[in-house]
Design a protein around this ligand. Structure first.
Ligand code: MN
Ligand code: MN
Length: 404
């Protein structure tokens, strides 16, 4: 055992009393501890003041749109996972492009459900569930799909233009060793076994791909019948499709929010999402989500987000089209548009129930005298504080907040 100096022991006890060494940790859905350790080991600390020590917030921004695309015949993709964007342990995402006829092959995800939003173009999904129900549906801009964890599915571009969609998964580790492709499995299985499985001759399997296909270019599939005959299908009890673009948004002077969670889209029991549109110089007010991490994809315009991580920690980053942002569960945050353009952002949560608590709503519902005691400011300021809540604040002209 290493000898611990008496003075160091006292400092350790003091630090523990400040909850610096053993803070009540903020936990993500996976139980990951996001509390950040002091920059220097406590044993090397010679002085501790009562102010918070220097601590680092994890990086909240990943420039997904600037990463190289993995190219395949007919399609391309890149991804933000816990491996390249360490904060994003609870959610990960993929930006994918499919040309007309290009097929993201039959596959499933062992450890995550998939929630997707179509930005441009059209595609067709197929999905099968454990009861053998299948669904085949076409998607266009503004449409959302949800595939429960482990259910087999495919996605195909149906034209006329290239389809671009964002896939979000409720595990930051959905990709490595957790996405299973039909072609990969067949390639790894001896042809004699395949012959026995399918009741065919082994030679029938000699021309199958020798490795994972991932995306394959083929013809554009024929149009779906607008009214399929009832006995030709085995539809699932709950549909995998929701038209988020067709939903009426909640509109305020500063912006709008269109939300879908399992209340409107019952199959999506583990994820929810929203499109936020913020007016120039408006802000998305200070709030947090008690039950979920938030994964963001910026579609249009620019915004600055600040995330508050307790104990004096905060981080501000500016985001533009193609950027991904991340807010761990319970962390306070707000956004302000940058420039003269409206900012449009996709926000996805790893809970089927959307929850938020707004700071202004909290204060509006707290007794005045309590707030005077809490903040030590004049009653007239407290009256202004308690005016009430909104998703967005009205445009108020540029607010200068330095990047940190
Ligand atoms: Mn998938
Ligand atoms: Mn939020």
């Amino acid at each position: 055992m290493r000898h611990i100096h008496t003075k160091t022991r006292v400092l350790l006890a003091f630090a523990a009393s400040l909850a610096i060494i053993s803070p009540s940790p903020a936990r993500a859905a996976d139980g990951e501890d996001y509390s950040v350790k002091p920059t220097a080991p406590v044993s090397q600390t010679t002085q501790l003041s009562s102010s918070a020590p220097s601590m680092e917030m994890p990086e909240i921004k990943y420039e997904l749109g600037k990463q190289p695309l993995k190219q395949h015949p007919g399609g391309a993709s890149n991804e933000a996972t816990a491996l390249n964007f360490p904060i994003s342990k609870g959610l990960a995402g993929v930006s994918m492009f499919l040309k007309p006829g290009a097929l993201r092959e039959l596959h499933w995800h062992a450890n995550a459900a998939e929630w997707a939003y179509v930005i441009n173009g059209h595609c067709r999904i197929t999905i099968i569930d454990p009861e053998g129900h299948k669904e085949i549906k076409d998607f266009g801009p503004g449409d959302v799909w949800y595939f429960p964890r482990g259910h087999g599915h495919s996605i195909q571009g149906i034209g006329p233009e290239e389809c671009h969609f964002i896939l979000v998964f409720d595990s930051g580790y959905f990709s490595e060793f957790a996405t299973f492709s039909a072609s990969d499995w067949i390639a790894q299985t001896p042809s004699e076994v395949l012959a026995k499985n399918f009741g065919m001759s082994a030679s029938a399997f000699k021309d199958f791909p020798k490795k994972e296909v991932y995306i394959s270019q083929g013809p554009v599939p024929t149009a779906l019948p607008s009214d399929p005959p009832p006995d030709s299908d085995n539809p699932p009890p709950l549909t995998h499709k929701f038209s988020l673009g067709g939903k009426i948004p909640t509109v305020t002077a500063g912006g709008s929010m269109t939300l879908v969670d399992q209340k409107q889209f019952p199959i999506s029991t583990t994820m929810s999402g929203a499109i936020l549109k913020m007016k120039p110089y408006a802000m998305r007010q200070l709030h947090w989500h008690p039950n979920a991490d938030e994964w963001q994809y910026y579609i249009k315009g620019r915004a600055r987000m600040t995330v508050f991580g307790s104990q004096g920690r905060k981080i501000t980053r500016e985001f533009g089209p193609g950027d991904v942002g991340y807010v761990p569960m319970g962390y306070g945050h707000y956004l302000e548009t940058v420039g003269n353009e409206e900012c449009e952002m996709l926000a996805v949560f790893n809970s089927g129930t959307y929850q938020e608590i707004s700071l202004s709503e909290w204060l509006a519902n707290t007794p005045k005298q309590l707030l005077e005691t809490n903040f030590g400011v004049s009653p007239s300021i407290i009256d202004s504080l308690r005016k009430g809540a909104g998703l967005f604040s009205k445009p108020m002209g540029p607010v200068s907040i330095p990047n940190e």
